[in-house]
Design a protein around this ligand. Structure first.
Ligand code: NCD
Length: 315
């Protein structure tokens, strides 16, 4: 089985064997990352540029670690605080970096579709580190790896994704991945935080946590993406927490072994009660972060394998 794409721009369109390939390859790196000597020479001589137009802790650090653990040279550019704008300027930036012959560009951008646009202009492989409210493929892969390691499978699981579905690229990528792999996905959110016709993505829709969580194997909580909101989408944080914040009382509706997940960053007391988040018997939030490095190593390795041997400059 091969990964047939030059880039990793989203989960939508990937086949089950491609997803399994990425997860199996990630699994190989989990043990390596737990050893004292974490380095391999698989990507020796390769150059990775991480270009983030939005803030990030987990995704940026884990891509950087992933590249370094595989022996690549990694440059991280954080331009969230600069005056870089979208459109032409994004393309100009991409062309400038392209002229330096990177092998992989990892890009995060606030505009949905911006990473795809950029990928059409460069010679290297591009990984989407999150584009607006659209997709965040490596997050869905690390979530799937975490679930698969804990539950032994993805198929047939009942997964509730709760909170700000409307603005969440994590939700979109997870919905694509989990439905493709045969899980039953529910979204649980107030009407204001759901995309119109969301059921067309193959999910069941709930507006009540008790009903939405009933019998679920996985409870995935999402942060309110206030940076993507214009105006008020919830009456107040207190009311939102009351109806949609994950507490033990609401969790009691899920299966006894249900796992609690969150992509981070968490807003304690908004979408999740602090004690629930810190319940490491059930919360796998730290494990998700650990799996993130292995998944990003796998993505970098698989994409560089597909690169042409000699790069034909097209500057
Ligand atoms: C998410 C993101 O940036 O989309 N975070 C992450 O990558 N772990 C979710 C979020 O910001 O709420």
């Amino acid at each position: 089985m091969q990964y047939r794409h030059r880039h990793l721009l989203g989960i939508e369109g990937l086949t089950p064997p491609e997803i399994i390939l990425l997860l199996d390859q990630s699994e190989r790196f989990v043990e390596q990352n737990r050893r004292a000597d974490k380095k391999q020479a698989l990507l020796n001589g390769r150059t990775i540029i991480i270009l983030f137009f939005e803030s990030s802790t987990r995704t940026r650090t884990s891509f950087e670690l992933a590249g370094k653990r595989l022996g690549a040279d990694v440059i991280t550019m954080s331009i969230a605080t600069s005056s870089v704008r979208k459109g032409e300027t994004l393309i100009d930036t991409a062309m400038t970096l392209n002229a330096m012959h990177p092998d992989v560009l990892v890009v995060r951008h606030p505009a949905s579709g911006a990473v795809k646009l950029l990928s059409e202009k460069v010679n290297c492989a591009v990984i989407n580190g999150g584009d607006g409210s659209h997709e965040h493929p490596t997050q869905a892969l690390l979530d799937a790896l975490t679930i698969r390691r804990r539950m032994g499978r993805l198929s047939g699981l009942k997964v509730a994704i709760c909170g700000d579905i409307l603005h969440s690229r994590v939700a979109r990528s997870n919905i694509h991945l989990l439905t493709t792999m045969g899980a039953q996905v529910r979204v649980v959110a107030p009407r204001t935080l759901l995309p119109s016709a969301v059921e067309r993505l193959g999910v069941e829709v709930y507006h009540d946590m008790a009903q939405g969580l009933a019998g679920c194997d996985i409870v995935m909580m999402l942060r309110l993406q206030t940076e993507r909101m214009q105006g008020n989408f919830v009456p107040s944080i207190r009311e939102y927490f009351h109806f949609f914040g994950l507490t033990y009382e609401k969790l009691a509706e899920a299966s006894d072994e249900a796992l609690i997940m969150h992509p981070g960053p968490m807003n304690r007391g908004v979408e999740i009660d602090s004690v629930v988040a810190d319940d490491y018997g059930r919360s796998v939030i730290r494990e998700q972060v650990e799996m993130g490095v292995a998944v990003r190593m796998a993505c970098l390795e698989i994409l560089t394998r597909n690169l042409p041997r000699s790069d034909t400059p097209n500057l």
